[in-house]
Design a binder for this molecule. Structure first.
Ligand SMILES: Cc1cc2nc3c(=O)[nH]c(=O)nc-3n(C[C@H](O)[C@H](O)[C@H](O)COP(=O)(O)OP(=O)(O)OC[C@H]3O[C@@H](n4cnc5c(N)ncnc54)[C@H](O)[C@@H]3O)c2cc1C
Length: 318
């Protein structure tokens, strides 16, 4: 599946040109949809049967699709082009009822009269889909409602779990890329009559990087496995807080790996071309793994609040 997804959108050859243009060409979204990449990105670890007639990556059947396929898909997209892997999906939460969460519904808003958009540049890369949107008396047909009315808040919260999970998927691949490129470099580069890898202090850096990446991967796979073996509702309830903490860990590990691998590359770690290019890009974009999807402080708090809540419920049921 991985090779297929990379070849289909021919990412590696094009991403530099797209970044320079500040835009992914519209036809790429169509190609991605035809190649079965967009549906699974939106669906997460389960693809509803009623969506089975849309293309799914690598010809995998809807009923066979699981969290590990999801993991591999995000991993491969991030390996090919970190900056495009988050650019696909946009839904809107709107107030269709009274106050508070029950008054919110989720809708897909197409380009309709009264909508204007302006791209917001962010520091990390030129391909982010972050956009300032203005709505002036926009009338959205009811058929664009996602799911049931008044359930928007619940859908959003549940979607956050998947978003946090795929941020962890991306963090792991990004960190592995940094480890790989800095390891190759340290086995080549000689300083003070020695290869960098022959210095204990350099090997220590790799040891610290590797132990953190492997732990992050193991924890991520554990959560993916658990979610695959729980109902969606139960998985969201039991693992929402844990997934928030995983996302925090993914950000902390990514930042650490980015900093260490930039240092190991020396000046090359700051150049947008050449052997340090992938590390430079990851270190520039690492903050997009830390703030979006819920920033670190907020998610640490959420993770503990959820654990306390589950603990109280479990005690009450004794
Ligand atoms: C590039 C990018 C893309 C994004 N894409 C999307 C998207 O597609 N869809 C979407 O819905 N959103 C998106 N976001 C929004 C993103 O999820 C939020 O910016 C992020 O969750 C932080 O929320 P905030 O900006 O409201 O910051 P705030 O909530 O104002 O938080 C700012 C800081 O205040 C402190 N803080 C706030 N609350 C607490 C608390 N309870 N406990 C402790 N400290 C706290 C923390 O230090 C926190 O980092 C995107 C953001 C960026 C930058």
């Amino acid at each position: 599946m991985g090779r297929g997804s990379r070849e289909i959108i021919n990412i590696n050859d094009n991403v530099t040109a797209w970044e320079a243009a500040g835009k992914i060409p519209d036809e790429v979204y169509r190609q991605c949809a035809d190649a079965g990449l967009i549906l699974p990105l939106a669906a997460g670890n389960r693809i509803p049967r009623e969506w089975a007639n849309f293309p799914i990556a690598a010809g995998i059947k809807a009923e066979e699709w699981d969290g590990f396929h999801d993991f591999v898909l995000w991993d491969e997209l991030f390996r090919g082009a970190p900056s495009i892997s988050s650019a696909f999906i946009g839904l809107t939460l709107v107030r269709t009822g009274g106050e508070g969460a029950p008054g919110l519904s989720m809708i897909l808003i197409p380009r309709l009269p009264g909508i204007s958009t302006r791209k917001i540049e962010i520091g990390a890369d030129g391909l982010s889909a972050t956009t300032y949107i203005t709505f002036e008396d926009v009338k959205v047909p009811a058929e664009y409602l996602i799911g049931e009315e008044s359930q928007g808040f619940r859908y959003t919260m549940s979607n956050f779990n998947h978003e946090r999970l795929w941020i962890a998927f991306q963090a792991i691949r990004g960190a592995r890329i940094c480890l790989e490129d800095s390891m190759i470099w340290c086995q080549k580069r000689e300083a003070f009559d020695k290869k960098l890898i022959d210095m204990p202090v350099v090997r220590h850096k790799f040891g610290h990087m590797a132990r953190q990446i492997e732990s992050l991967q193991a924890w991520t796979e554990q959560i993916v496995f658990e979610l695959d073996n729980l109902s969606h509702a139960r998985g969201s309830k039991l693992l929402g807080g844990v997934t928030a903490l995983l996302k925090v860990q993914a950000g902390i590990v990514s930042k650490y790996i980015a900093d260490e691998s930039v240092k190991l590359m020396g000046g090359l770690g700051l150049t947008k071309t050449g052997q340090g290019a992938r590390i430079e890009a990851f270190s520039r974009g690492v903050i997009t793994l830390i703030v979006p999807g819920g920033s670190e402080d907020v998610l640490l708090d959420l993770g503990v609040r959820e654990a306390v809540k589950l603990g109280k419920k479990a005690k009450a049921n004794l």
